[in-house]
Design a protein around this ligand. Sequence first.
Ligand SMILES: [Fe+2]
Ligand SMILES: [Fe+2]
Length: 251
Amino acid sequence: MANLQGLSDKADALEYKQMQELGDLVIHRSAINKLADGEWSDGTEFKMAGPAPALMGEDHRLPEMPEKPSLIDFFNFRFAPSKQHLLQSAALARKNGLPEKMVLACLLHDVSVIALFRPDHGYWGAQMLEPYVDEEVSWAIRMHQALRFFPDESVGYEYPVAYANWFGQDYKVEPYVQRDYEEARNHKWYMSARMICVNDLYAFDPDTQVVIEDFEDIIGRHFKQPEEGLGNDNSPAAHMWRTIRRPASAL
Ligand SMILES: [Fe+2]
Ligand SMILES: [Fe+2]
């Protein structure tokens, strides 16, 4: 904890100093961010940016990342504090005796919600992780999104009460969610995706703080960390990690 507090203090000090240094750099927000704010149009024509210099590359308002960032660095320097949901899910999975590979799946199941996009988070998360984890892990992460909406009495999984509150009693899933649920239901790895849901459901505890370092051993054995750093490699998902590292880069 002391270590984390130190990191947090350092990050705060750094953020303050570097906010001052950002000067007049213009930040060009990505279209997806504007759309999410309900801003559909910023004019009818494509315009080149004005003469003011744009922020390109590292965003010094955010904590500085090592040159060759690891998954743990992304947890510490980019993933939002709500990552505690991931950490607690993984801790629960470990307590419940799941295999290490599945503890990793629980640790990363909502990585897209925490760091990238909420819509279709299972699909985005799976794509981010595919080059670095066992195929079963990324498949389970993709499919947990659909399975969350469907009960399975055999493992005591019920439709989440929270979903009824958030989406309404009459909420019906989109056709692709129904389709993917049916595909997953008959798949050899069905229970792996289902186990994410089972360990997801009771994972929030405001009195518990789990740290990523608790999973260093499991990450070491089951996450294929590229030597050159996540994002510096040339995997099909490297660009996604670079975007999380430098989310405001103009291009
Ligand atoms: Fe999820
Ligand atoms: Fe979750």
